[in-house]
Design a protein around this ligand. Structure first.
Ligand code: SF4
Ligand code: SF4
Length: 372
Protein backbone atom coordinates (compact mmCIF):
# COMPACT_ATOMS: atom_id res chain seq x y z
CA UNK A 1 0.00 0.00 0.00
CA UNK A 2 1.36 3.40 -0.95
CA UNK A 3 1.69 6.28 1.48
CA UNK A 4 -1.35 8.61 1.38
CA UNK A 5 -2.57 11.60 3.39
CA UNK A 6 -4.58 9.10 5.46
CA UNK A 7 -1.59 6.86 6.25
CA UNK A 8 0.42 9.96 7.24
CA UNK A 9 -2.39 11.03 9.58
CA UNK A 10 -2.70 7.50 11.00
CA UNK A 11 1.04 7.44 11.65
CA UNK A 12 0.83 10.80 13.44
CA UNK A 13 -2.02 9.54 15.62
CA UNK A 14 -0.29 6.26 16.46
CA UNK A 15 2.83 8.16 17.50
CA UNK A 16 0.76 10.30 19.90
CA UNK A 17 -1.20 7.29 21.20
CA UNK A 18 2.00 5.30 21.70
CA UNK A 19 3.28 8.04 24.00
CA UNK A 20 -0.06 8.40 25.81
CA UNK A 21 -1.31 4.76 26.09
CA UNK A 22 -4.39 5.76 28.06
CA UNK A 23 -6.62 3.52 25.89
CA UNK A 24 -4.52 0.37 26.07
CA UNK A 25 -7.22 -1.75 27.76
CA UNK A 26 -10.06 -0.87 25.38
CA UNK A 27 -9.43 -2.98 22.29
CA UNK A 28 -6.80 -4.92 20.34
CA UNK A 29 -5.52 -1.87 18.44
CA UNK A 30 -3.58 -0.35 21.31
CA UNK A 31 -1.67 -3.47 22.50
CA UNK A 32 -0.77 -4.13 18.83
CA UNK A 33 0.42 -0.52 18.52
CA UNK A 34 2.52 -0.72 21.67
CA UNK A 35 4.79 -3.48 20.36
CA UNK A 36 5.76 -1.21 17.45
CA UNK A 37 7.94 1.86 17.48
CA UNK A 38 7.60 2.61 13.75
CA UNK A 39 4.51 2.34 11.60
CA UNK A 40 4.95 1.24 8.00
CA UNK A 41 1.85 1.49 5.78
CA UNK A 42 1.29 -2.29 6.15
CA UNK A 43 1.29 -1.93 9.96
CA UNK A 44 -1.17 0.95 9.74
CA UNK A 45 -3.58 -0.93 7.50
CA UNK A 46 -3.34 -3.90 9.90
CA UNK A 47 -4.17 -1.64 12.89
CA UNK A 48 -7.00 0.03 10.96
CA UNK A 49 -8.54 -3.36 10.19
CA UNK A 50 -8.28 -4.37 13.86
CA UNK A 51 -10.40 -1.33 14.76
CA UNK A 52 -14.16 -2.01 15.15
CA UNK A 53 -15.08 1.68 15.07
CA UNK A 54 -16.63 1.43 18.55
CA UNK A 55 -15.91 5.09 19.32
CA UNK A 56 -14.64 4.49 22.88
CA UNK A 57 -11.17 5.94 22.26
CA UNK A 58 -12.70 9.07 20.69
CA UNK A 59 -14.89 9.85 23.70
CA UNK A 60 -12.13 8.98 26.20
CA UNK A 61 -9.42 11.02 24.49
CA UNK A 62 -8.19 14.22 26.09
CA UNK A 63 -6.52 15.11 22.77
CA UNK A 64 -9.66 14.73 20.59
CA UNK A 65 -10.89 17.83 18.70
CA UNK A 66 -11.06 20.69 19.56
CA UNK A 67 -7.65 19.96 21.18
CA UNK A 68 -4.84 21.11 18.87
CA UNK A 69 -3.61 17.50 18.50
CA UNK A 70 -6.98 16.64 16.90
CA UNK A 71 -6.74 12.92 17.71
CA UNK A 72 -9.59 11.07 16.02
CA UNK A 73 -8.63 7.41 15.69
CA UNK A 74 -12.02 5.93 14.59
CA UNK A 75 -12.50 8.41 11.75
CA UNK A 76 -8.95 8.10 10.42
CA UNK A 77 -8.97 4.31 10.66
CA UNK A 78 -12.37 4.10 8.93
CA UNK A 79 -10.95 6.01 5.96
CA UNK A 80 -7.77 3.96 6.00
CA UNK A 81 -9.74 0.69 6.00
CA UNK A 82 -11.53 1.71 2.81
CA UNK A 83 -8.20 2.73 1.23
CA UNK A 84 -6.74 -0.64 2.25
CA UNK A 85 -9.61 -2.53 0.53
CA UNK A 86 -8.86 -0.54 -2.61
CA UNK A 87 -5.10 -1.10 -2.38
CA UNK A 88 -5.30 -4.88 -1.90
CA UNK A 89 -8.21 -5.63 -4.25
CA UNK A 90 -7.81 -8.35 -6.86
CA UNK A 91 -7.69 -7.70 -9.76
CA UNK A 92 -6.06 -4.35 -8.95
CA UNK A 93 -7.81 -2.40 -11.72
CA UNK A 94 -11.14 -2.93 -9.89
CA UNK A 95 -9.80 -1.25 -6.71
CA UNK A 96 -11.33 2.17 -7.60
CA UNK A 97 -14.79 0.56 -7.16
CA UNK A 98 -14.25 1.31 -3.46
CA UNK A 99 -14.10 5.07 -4.08
CA UNK A 100 -17.79 5.64 -4.92
CA UNK A 101 -18.82 2.30 -3.56
CA UNK A 102 -22.52 3.06 -3.08
CA UNK A 103 -22.80 3.79 -6.82
CA UNK A 104 -20.66 0.73 -7.67
CA UNK A 105 -22.85 -1.57 -5.55
CA UNK A 106 -26.01 -0.15 -7.23
CA UNK A 107 -24.48 -0.76 -10.68
CA UNK A 108 -23.42 -4.32 -9.80
CA UNK A 109 -26.90 -5.04 -8.41
CA UNK A 110 -28.48 -3.60 -11.57
CA UNK A 111 -26.17 -5.79 -13.67
CA UNK A 112 -27.15 -8.86 -11.61
CA UNK A 113 -30.84 -8.12 -12.04
CA UNK A 114 -30.60 -7.50 -15.81
CA UNK A 115 -28.59 -10.72 -16.23
CA UNK A 116 -31.19 -12.81 -14.40
CA UNK A 117 -34.12 -11.11 -16.14
CA UNK A 118 -32.50 -11.56 -19.57
CA UNK A 119 -31.77 -15.28 -19.02
CA UNK A 120 -35.28 -15.89 -17.65
CA UNK A 121 -36.97 -14.15 -20.56
CA UNK A 122 -34.84 -16.13 -23.02
CA UNK A 123 -36.09 -19.37 -21.45
CA UNK A 124 -39.75 -18.57 -20.81
CA UNK A 125 -42.78 -17.11 -22.45
CA UNK A 126 -43.50 -13.90 -20.45
CA UNK A 127 -46.94 -15.31 -19.48
CA UNK A 128 -45.28 -18.24 -17.65
CA UNK A 129 -43.81 -15.78 -15.16
CA UNK A 130 -47.29 -14.81 -13.95
CA UNK A 131 -48.77 -18.29 -13.51
CA UNK A 132 -49.08 -20.14 -10.20
CA UNK A 133 -46.82 -23.21 -9.98
CA UNK A 134 -47.67 -25.60 -7.16
CA UNK A 135 -45.68 -28.72 -8.11
CA UNK A 136 -42.28 -29.83 -6.80
CA UNK A 137 -39.60 -28.13 -8.88
CA UNK A 138 -41.75 -25.03 -9.45
CA UNK A 139 -38.72 -22.71 -9.20
CA UNK A 140 -36.98 -24.68 -11.93
CA UNK A 141 -39.95 -24.18 -14.26
CA UNK A 142 -38.78 -20.54 -14.35
CA UNK A 143 -35.03 -21.20 -14.36
CA UNK A 144 -33.69 -24.78 -14.74
CA UNK A 145 -31.62 -25.98 -11.79
CA UNK A 146 -28.50 -26.59 -13.89
CA UNK A 147 -28.57 -23.04 -15.28
CA UNK A 148 -29.09 -21.60 -11.78
CA UNK A 149 -26.33 -23.73 -10.24
CA UNK A 150 -23.83 -22.97 -13.04
CA UNK A 151 -24.53 -19.24 -13.02
CA UNK A 152 -24.46 -18.69 -9.27
CA UNK A 153 -21.75 -21.29 -8.63
CA UNK A 154 -19.33 -19.68 -11.09
CA UNK A 155 -19.93 -16.11 -9.83
CA UNK A 156 -19.64 -17.28 -6.20
CA UNK A 157 -16.38 -19.14 -6.87
CA UNK A 158 -14.94 -16.10 -8.64
CA UNK A 159 -15.95 -13.90 -5.68
CA UNK A 160 -14.29 -16.27 -3.19
CA UNK A 161 -11.13 -16.43 -5.30
CA UNK A 162 -10.96 -12.61 -5.61
CA UNK A 163 -11.43 -12.21 -1.84
CA UNK A 164 -8.70 -14.78 -1.09
CA UNK A 165 -6.29 -12.97 -3.43
CA UNK A 166 -7.11 -9.62 -1.80
CA UNK A 167 -6.65 -10.87 1.74
CA UNK A 168 -3.41 -12.56 0.68
CA UNK A 169 -2.14 -9.15 -0.51
CA UNK A 170 -3.20 -7.67 2.84
CA UNK A 171 -1.53 -10.46 4.83
CA UNK A 172 1.76 -10.01 2.99
CA UNK A 173 1.65 -6.23 3.41
CA UNK A 174 1.34 -6.57 7.19
CA UNK A 175 4.79 -8.20 7.14
CA UNK A 176 3.58 -11.54 8.54
CA UNK A 177 5.60 -14.40 7.08
CA UNK A 178 3.94 -17.34 8.80
CA UNK A 179 0.75 -18.93 7.58
CA UNK A 180 -2.10 -19.03 10.14
CA UNK A 181 -2.46 -22.78 9.51
CA UNK A 182 0.91 -23.25 11.23
CA UNK A 183 -0.50 -21.73 14.43
CA UNK A 184 -3.81 -23.47 15.35
CA UNK A 185 -4.09 -21.87 18.85
CA UNK A 186 -3.96 -18.37 17.32
CA UNK A 187 -6.50 -19.39 14.69
CA UNK A 188 -8.79 -20.71 17.45
CA UNK A 189 -8.40 -17.49 19.44
CA UNK A 190 -9.22 -15.37 16.37
CA UNK A 191 -12.28 -17.53 15.64
CA UNK A 192 -13.45 -17.05 19.22
CA UNK A 193 -12.94 -13.27 19.02
CA UNK A 194 -14.78 -13.18 15.69
CA UNK A 195 -17.78 -15.31 16.70
CA UNK A 196 -18.23 -13.38 19.96
CA UNK A 197 -17.49 -9.98 18.30
CA UNK A 198 -15.26 -9.47 21.30
CA UNK A 199 -14.02 -5.98 20.52
CA UNK A 200 -17.45 -4.56 19.73
CA UNK A 201 -18.02 -3.87 23.41
CA UNK A 202 -15.87 -0.73 23.50
CA UNK A 203 -13.91 -2.08 26.47
CA UNK A 204 -17.18 -2.83 28.37
CA UNK A 205 -20.78 -1.64 28.02
CA UNK A 206 -20.84 -1.46 24.22
CA UNK A 207 -20.12 0.97 21.42
CA UNK A 208 -20.41 4.72 21.84
CA UNK A 209 -20.97 5.71 18.24
CA UNK A 210 -23.81 8.19 18.85
CA UNK A 211 -23.07 9.76 22.21
CA UNK A 212 -20.44 9.09 24.87
CA UNK A 213 -22.93 6.67 26.51
CA UNK A 214 -22.01 3.08 25.59
CA UNK A 215 -24.84 0.94 24.21
CA UNK A 216 -24.97 -2.83 23.50
CA UNK A 217 -27.24 -2.39 20.44
CA UNK A 218 -24.55 -2.07 17.78
CA UNK A 219 -23.05 -5.38 18.89
CA UNK A 220 -26.50 -7.02 18.99
CA UNK A 221 -27.36 -5.85 15.46
CA UNK A 222 -23.94 -7.02 14.25
CA UNK A 223 -24.62 -10.42 15.79
CA UNK A 224 -28.05 -10.60 14.10
CA UNK A 225 -26.47 -9.75 10.74
CA UNK A 226 -23.50 -12.09 11.12
CA UNK A 227 -25.43 -15.12 12.34
CA UNK A 228 -28.33 -14.34 9.98
CA UNK A 229 -25.88 -14.47 7.09
CA UNK A 230 -24.35 -17.74 8.29
CA UNK A 231 -27.79 -19.33 8.69
CA UNK A 232 -28.82 -18.28 5.19
CA UNK A 233 -25.59 -19.82 3.92
CA UNK A 234 -26.47 -22.99 5.89
CA UNK A 235 -29.93 -22.96 4.21
CA UNK A 236 -28.31 -22.90 0.75
CA UNK A 237 -25.82 -25.62 1.71
CA UNK A 238 -28.48 -27.97 3.11
CA UNK A 239 -30.65 -27.29 0.05
CA UNK A 240 -27.72 -28.30 -2.17
CA UNK A 241 -27.23 -31.50 -0.15
CA UNK A 242 -30.96 -32.29 -0.41
CA UNK A 243 -30.80 -31.82 -4.17
CA UNK A 244 -27.59 -33.67 -5.02
CA UNK A 245 -27.39 -36.31 -2.26
CA UNK A 246 -31.06 -37.14 -1.63
CA UNK A 247 -32.48 -36.11 -5.00
CA UNK A 248 -35.16 -34.01 -3.21
CA UNK A 249 -36.37 -31.12 -5.33
CA UNK A 250 -37.07 -27.56 -4.06
CA UNK A 251 -39.19 -25.89 -2.83
CA UNK A 252 -38.97 -27.77 0.46
CA UNK A 253 -41.55 -28.01 3.27
CA UNK A 254 -41.91 -25.18 5.76
CA UNK A 255 -40.33 -27.33 8.49
CA UNK A 256 -37.43 -28.64 6.40
CA UNK A 257 -33.89 -27.69 7.43
CA UNK A 258 -33.31 -25.30 4.47
CA UNK A 259 -36.52 -23.43 5.32
CA UNK A 260 -35.89 -23.29 9.07
CA UNK A 261 -32.32 -22.02 8.54
CA UNK A 262 -33.51 -19.62 5.82
CA UNK A 263 -36.39 -18.23 7.90
CA UNK A 264 -34.42 -17.68 11.11
CA UNK A 265 -31.40 -16.36 9.18
CA UNK A 266 -33.66 -14.19 7.02
CA UNK A 267 -35.21 -12.58 10.10
CA UNK A 268 -31.68 -11.91 11.42
CA UNK A 269 -30.80 -10.33 8.08
CA UNK A 270 -33.83 -8.05 8.30
CA UNK A 271 -33.35 -6.98 11.91
CA UNK A 272 -29.54 -6.68 11.87
CA UNK A 273 -29.05 -4.49 8.76
CA UNK A 274 -32.11 -2.34 9.64
CA UNK A 275 -30.68 -1.78 13.14
CA UNK A 276 -27.19 -1.01 11.84
CA UNK A 277 -28.69 1.42 9.32
CA UNK A 278 -30.51 3.19 12.17
CA UNK A 279 -27.30 3.34 14.27
CA UNK A 280 -25.29 4.71 11.34
CA UNK A 281 -27.87 7.43 10.79
CA UNK A 282 -27.46 8.51 14.41
CA UNK A 283 -23.66 8.27 14.41
CA UNK A 284 -21.72 11.20 15.84
CA UNK A 285 -20.63 12.99 12.64
CA UNK A 286 -17.39 14.17 14.24
CA UNK A 287 -16.06 10.61 14.37
CA UNK A 288 -17.87 9.26 11.28
CA UNK A 289 -16.03 8.99 7.96
CA UNK A 290 -18.81 10.30 5.74
CA UNK A 291 -17.13 9.22 2.49
CA UNK A 292 -17.71 5.59 3.61
CA UNK A 293 -21.48 6.05 3.91
CA UNK A 294 -22.30 4.82 0.38
CA UNK A 295 -20.25 1.65 0.93
CA UNK A 296 -21.81 0.97 4.35
CA UNK A 297 -25.41 1.72 3.40
CA UNK A 298 -25.18 -0.03 0.00
CA UNK A 299 -24.10 -3.28 1.67
CA UNK A 300 -26.77 -3.06 4.38
CA UNK A 301 -29.45 -2.39 1.74
CA UNK A 302 -28.33 -5.41 -0.33
CA UNK A 303 -28.43 -7.73 2.70
CA UNK A 304 -31.86 -6.42 3.73
CA UNK A 305 -33.31 -6.81 0.21
CA UNK A 306 -31.84 -10.31 -0.17
CA UNK A 307 -33.60 -11.37 2.98
CA UNK A 308 -36.87 -9.55 2.30
CA UNK A 309 -37.26 -10.97 -1.22
CA UNK A 310 -36.24 -14.47 -0.02
CA UNK A 311 -38.84 -14.48 2.75
CA UNK A 312 -41.56 -13.12 0.45
CA UNK A 313 -40.69 -15.81 -2.09
CA UNK A 314 -41.05 -18.50 0.56
CA UNK A 315 -44.43 -17.18 1.71
CA UNK A 316 -45.89 -16.52 -1.75
CA UNK A 317 -44.29 -19.42 -3.62
CA UNK A 318 -47.62 -21.04 -4.57
CA UNK A 319 -49.18 -17.84 -5.94
CA UNK A 320 -48.88 -16.18 -9.39
CA UNK A 321 -46.37 -13.74 -7.81
CA UNK A 322 -43.75 -16.51 -7.54
CA UNK A 323 -42.16 -15.97 -10.99
CA UNK A 324 -41.69 -12.23 -10.50
CA UNK A 325 -40.44 -12.66 -6.93
CA UNK A 326 -38.00 -15.38 -7.99
CA UNK A 327 -36.47 -13.11 -10.65
CA UNK A 328 -36.19 -10.20 -8.22
CA UNK A 329 -34.70 -12.40 -5.49
CA UNK A 330 -32.19 -14.06 -7.82
CA UNK A 331 -31.28 -10.64 -9.25
CA UNK A 332 -30.59 -9.23 -5.78
CA UNK A 333 -28.57 -12.32 -4.79
CA UNK A 334 -26.57 -12.07 -8.02
CA UNK A 335 -25.86 -8.39 -7.21
CA UNK A 336 -24.75 -9.42 -3.71
CA UNK A 337 -22.41 -12.09 -5.10
CA UNK A 338 -20.92 -9.68 -7.66
CA UNK A 339 -20.39 -7.08 -4.93
CA UNK A 340 -18.83 -9.51 -2.41
CA UNK A 341 -15.17 -8.75 -3.29
CA UNK A 342 -15.81 -5.08 -4.16
CA UNK A 343 -17.96 -3.85 -1.26
CA UNK A 344 -18.29 -3.78 2.51
CA UNK A 345 -18.48 -7.58 2.75
CA UNK A 346 -14.65 -7.69 2.68
CA UNK A 347 -14.45 -5.86 6.01
CA UNK A 348 -15.39 -9.07 7.84
CA UNK A 349 -12.66 -11.04 6.06
CA UNK A 350 -9.94 -8.42 6.56
CA UNK A 351 -10.91 -8.04 10.22
CA UNK A 352 -10.73 -11.80 10.72
CA UNK A 353 -7.25 -11.81 9.10
CA UNK A 354 -6.19 -8.92 11.36
CA UNK A 355 -7.46 -10.79 14.45
CA UNK A 356 -5.45 -13.89 13.43
CA UNK A 357 -2.36 -11.71 12.99
CA UNK A 358 -3.03 -10.13 16.40
CA UNK A 359 -3.41 -13.52 18.12
CA UNK A 360 -0.18 -14.74 16.46
CA UNK A 361 1.91 -11.77 17.55
CA UNK A 362 0.44 -11.83 21.07
CA UNK A 363 1.46 -15.46 21.46
CA UNK A 364 4.96 -14.68 20.19
CA UNK A 365 5.17 -11.69 22.51
CA UNK A 366 4.17 -13.79 25.54
CA UNK A 367 6.69 -16.50 24.62
CA UNK A 368 9.49 -13.94 24.58
CA UNK A 369 8.37 -12.06 27.70
CA UNK A 370 10.86 -12.34 30.57
CA UNK A 371 9.78 -14.74 33.35
CA UNK A 372 8.54 -12.92 36.48
S1 SF4 B 1 -6.86 7.96 21.67
FE1 SF4 B 1 -6.23 9.71 22.94
S2 SF4 B 1 -6.38 8.99 25.05
FE2 SF4 B 1 -6.40 7.20 23.74
S3 SF4 B 1 -4.26 6.52 23.63
FE3 SF4 B 1 -4.64 7.87 21.87
S4 SF4 B 1 -4.04 9.89 22.56
FE4 SF4 B 1 -4.28 8.64 24.38
S1 SF4 C 1 -12.67 3.06 17.83
FE1 SF4 C 1 -12.82 1.38 19.32
S2 SF4 C 1 -11.95 -0.37 18.23
FE2 SF4 C 1 -11.29 1.48 17.13
S3 SF4 C 1 -9.28 2.00 17.99
FE3 SF4 C 1 -10.85 3.16 19.13
S4 SF4 C 1 -11.32 1.87 20.91
FE4 SF4 C 1 -10.29 0.57 19.42
Amino acid sequence: MLETETTKEAERLMTICNACRYCEGICAVFPAMEIRSNFATGDLSYLANLCHNCGACFHDCQYAPPHEFGVNVPKTFAKLRRESYEAYTWPAFLGPLFRSNGVAVCLLSGLGFVLILGITLLMNEPAALFQAHTDAGSFYAIMPHNVMATLFGSVFLFAIFAIIMGVRNFWRATGENETPLADPPSLTQALHDTFTLKYLDGGGGGCSTGTDQPSPWRKRFHHATFYGFLLCFAATTTGTIYHYVFDWVAPYGYFSLPNIFGTVGGIGLLVGPAGLWWIKRKMNEEMAELSNRGMDMGFLALLFLTSLTGLLLMILRETPAMGTLLIIHLGVVMGLFLAFPYGKFVHGIYRFAALIRYAMERRRDLKHAPAE
